[in-house]
Write a new protein. Structure first.
Length: 193
């Protein structure tokens, strides 16, 4: 049991019989006779829906153990994404709705953290920044201002806006949260003497 004022980002709780993960929380201390309040944005781990709620600071909540395992992505079918534990070779099926829109960025062999509640996968954690290759874009132009952007298509079909100097085949760093170009990926020096 924890009190509402002990809620932290990423914690898992059970409230009114439903499991939730804390997406964000702000604590506002009370004044005088008014007690403090914790304003939390929660994600229902059973349905995937989001909910905002205010808890009195002294309210007791059931904390749920949230386990995290780094698994290797294998493949996707119509309803599930399949991951493998690289040590035991055990496979885990995660529902596509849990992975969400980011499922299109999964590549075979990619290692990601998968969160489990009571042995059931509840979320897949992607990195904040992902290196992706440009599959198709207009040829680079150098006459326009540096601040001008153009559309580019990734191998998974997602379209992003990139600067004019980016060309087909370039690898860029993409802010996955905002789907924004950050910069070009640094070329690796592998195989060079």
């Amino acid at each position: 049991m924890i009190t509402a004022q002990q809620l932290r980002l990423g914690a898992a709780i059970r409230f009114e019989g439903q499991p939730y993960k804390v997406i964000s929380v702000d604590y506002h201390p009370g004044q005088g006779r008014m007690g403090g309040v914790a304003h939390a944005r929660l994600q229902n781990l059973a349905t995937g829906t989001f909910w905002e709620h205010s808890f009195r600071s002294e309210m007791r909540l059931d904390e749920i153990s949230l386990e995290r395992q780094v698994l290797e992505f294998l493949y996707t079918d119509a309803d599930h994404c399949y991951f493998m534990d690289p040590l035991t070779y055990d496979q885990t099926a995660v529902e596509l709705r849990i992975v969400g829109e980011r499922a299109s960025f999964l590549d075979a062999g990619m290692k990601l953290a998968v969160e489990f509640v009571e042995g059931r996968p509840v979320s897949v954690l992607f990195p904040d920044v992902l290196e992706v290759q440009i599959a198709n874009t207009a040829p680079p132009t150098h006459q326009q201002a540096d601040s001008a952007f153009k559309s580019a298509r990734l191998p998974n079909g997602v379209e992003v806006m990139v600067p004019q100097f980016v060309k087909t085949g370039d690898t860029i760093r993409l802010d996955l949260q905002n789907m924004r170009y950050m910069d070009r990926a640094k070329a690796e020096a592998k195989g060079r003497v």
